[in-house]
Design a protein around this ligand. Structure first.
Ligand SMILES: C[S@@+](CC[C@H](N)C(=O)[O-])C[C@H]1O[C@@H](n2cnc3c(N)ncnc32)[C@H](O)[C@@H]1O
Ligand code: SF4
Ligand code: SF4
Length: 353
């Protein structure tokens, strides 16, 4: 099932690559954001070891109308675009489906990153009917014991497998494309299961798997879950690259997989590697703050200012320049750069769905 939305999005991403080169050579800013992210809430119904969202105070929850107004300002400026909704757990925000409905009416493609706890057969149907572009389910183990331990929710692994069948059935019944993606955070507890997660994705016949090496957020990520056994890491990297070269549906590039080593050794990137996050990304947070990269100050507030004015503001321009010079070994799939290789491989993988 080929979806023209995928072609349209790829065209816009390609055009921005041209604008990026032009900007780097001349400093003239014709850039338009191509990667929109919304960290829509801080609420969560899981108890993950890798993330502290579920421990927070949960005070701010912007109503759907404010989100919709800002998403409309992006649409007025750029036409159709792709946005990924994450959180917290986006599917427990009470008015979240109003936002999905608005996006569907406007032809805005939506991705949803979820722990899948809330998805039952009925919700799977709803997501399909709202023409959601992709559902990315966090899966942190190839077996129940590992996934349920890392997510702090007994029975969640078996539930994820059921959710995949609900989504596949609803997709088949309604004859609409939907990319079902697993999203795995690589850490010491699941490192040796990574090849099996890839095999599981193949067995389930879903679109693919994205990997993200764990960031140091919680105490567990700094100690228990940080990969210190570099020999095993090297062995896993070799095996994953072999699967990648044999055509397994891995949605990150070979280069990115190799960089897991630098990430866990906390090595700096070589100076020739330039981060292009500030040239593409527009990340919105639950409290209205907008960022190019969350490691840098906010560039504006979505409740107060239209997207175009935020993007071309002096503040955004200064932070953009700082992100280009940033030398963190940052491999954040939510917010960081993608090479041309990543994009092409992802494009063809998404076309198949
Ligand atoms: C914060 S969650 C929000 C969406 C949803 N609750 C979920 O878990 O899929 C977004 C993504 O960040 C990942 N994540 C959480 N903690 C992380 C960490 N310490 N390092 C890297 N990725 C992390 C999650 O696994 C998930 O794929
Ligand atoms: S990773 Fe997702 S599911 Fe886990 S605590 Fe964080 S927001 Fe919740
Ligand atoms: S390298 Fe990472 S921290 Fe630095 S600007 Fe890029 S995404 Fe942000």
């Amino acid at each position: 099932m080929i979806d023209t939305k995928t072609i349209n999005l790829a065209f816009k991403a390609g055009r921005n690559l041209f604008y990026q080169n032009f900007y780097m050579k001349t400093g003239i800013n014709l850039l338009k954001p191509t990667n929109f992210y919304s960290i829509i809430n801080e609420f969560c119904n899981a108890r993950c070891k890798i993330c502290d969202m579920w421990t927070r105070n949960k005070i701010i929850d912007l109503p759907a109308e404010i989100w919709i107004k800002h998403l409309e300002s992006i649409h007025d400026w750029l036409g159709r675009y792709y946005i990924s909704f994450s959180g917290g757990e986006p599917l427990i925000k009470k008015d979240f489906f109003n936002i999905l409905e608005f996006c569907n009416q406007k032809g805005i493609s939506c991705g949803v990153v979820t722990n899948s706890i809330k998805i039952d057969k009925q919700m799977a149907e709803e997501l399909i009917k709202l023409r959601v572009f992709n559902i990315s389910i966090s899966v942190d183990g190839a077996k129940a014991e590992t996934h349920d331990y890392l997510r702090g929710v007994p029975g969640l692994f078996d539930h994820v497998i059921e959710v995949v069948s609900y989504l596949k059935d609803a997709k088949e019944k309604n004859k609409v494309p939907l990319r079902i993606i697993f999203k795995t955070v690589v850490n010491s507890r699941n490192l040796e299961e990574i090849p099996d997660i890839i095999r599981l994705v193949e067995k389930l016949g879903i679109t693919g798997v994205m990997f993200q090496p764990v960031f140091k957020w919680t105490e567990a990520t700094k100690n228990e879950l940080w990969v210190k056994d570099i020999e095993t890491l090297d062995k896993v990297i070799r095996e994953v690259i072999k699967l990648y070269k044999n055509g397994s549906p891995i949605l990150v590039s070979q280069d990115t997989i190799q960089l897991w080593r630098n990430h866990f050794l906390e090595e700096k990137l070589e100076p020739k590697r330039i981060c292009n996050i500030g040239l593409n990304n527009y990340l919105m947070q639950w409290d209205g703050k907008v960022f190019l990269c969350t490691f840098f100050p906010s560039i504006g507030n979505l409740s107060e200012t239209k997207a175009k004015d935020i993007w071309y503001s002096e503040k955004a321009e200064n932070i953009r320049k700082a992100t280009i010079n940033c030398r963190k070994t940052c491999l954040n799939t939510c917010t960081s750069k993608k090479s041309i290789n990543d994009r092409l491989k992802q494009f063809f993988q998404l076309l198949k769905s």
